[in-house]
Design a protein around this ligand. Structure first.
Ligand code: CO
Length: 202
């Protein structure tokens, strides 16, 4: 396995429409494994192939809580439908057959690091996709897994979560990134420490 470079906004490859996978080769399996390694290393819960510069319709997801320190660990847990899906999940040529209901979540993205915004998605999705061996998958899911699937599928169309928020807010984020880039790890740690300080004072 190998760790891949994750492209960040405004890399133009993130704006391309990805191609349908036609043949299920060992190379495809290797890319899926590398994407999973890259995602876990970055502490992500989903990654789409275009985020590592491969313009094909494949995504990898693992929404199971891993880090007891993370806020997700305290979530009320998986829904019944989510628990039925074996993770990590590799989806190729995914399609939403039917979307139902509405839900919102504070989304982030490995390609737009350190920014979080509330985005509206379908609450439940009926899916069709293929696994890495070319077998057809059909399932219905809700909860965090349904949200992540929709977020990752957007990447296959060249869409980012910051395109789903108000024009003003979206522009503000895009301009901040273009002007000042992303905060460094040190700056983020500093920000977190300041927040902690403010909280302990409250
Ligand atoms: Co993303």
């Amino acid at each position: 396995m190998a760790k891949l470079e994750i492209l960040t906004y405004p890399n133009p490859l993130l704006r391309e429409v990805s191609k349908t996978v036609k043949t299920f080769t060992p190379d495809l399996k290797k890319l899926a494994d590398d994407m999973l390694e890259t995602m876990y290393d970055a502490n992500g819960i989903g990654l789409a192939a275009p985020q590592v510069g491969q313009l094909i319709r494949m995504l990898v997801i693992d929404t199971r809580p891993r880090d007891p320190e993370s806020s997700r660990y305290d979530d009320e847990g998986q829904t019944e439908l989510e628990a039925k899906i074996k993770q990590p999940l590799i989806l190729i040529n995914p399609e939403i057959i039917k979307g139902e209901g509405k839900t919102t979540f504070d989304e982030g993205c490995l390609s737009v690091p350190s920014f979080f915004e509330t985005v509206e998605r379908f609450e439940k999705v009926e899916m069709k996709a293929f696994d890495v061996n070319g077998n057809e998958l059909r399932f219905t899911v809700d909860g965090l897994l349904a949200i992540v699937i929709q977020h990752e599928m957007d990447h296959l169309e060249g869409t980012l979560f910051i395109d789903h928020i108000s024009f003003t807010r979206s522009n503000k984020i895009k301009n901040t990134i273009k002007k000042s880039g992303y905060p460094t790890k040190e700056e983020l740690a500093e920000k977190r420490a300041e927040k902690q300080k403010a909280l302990s004072k409250a």
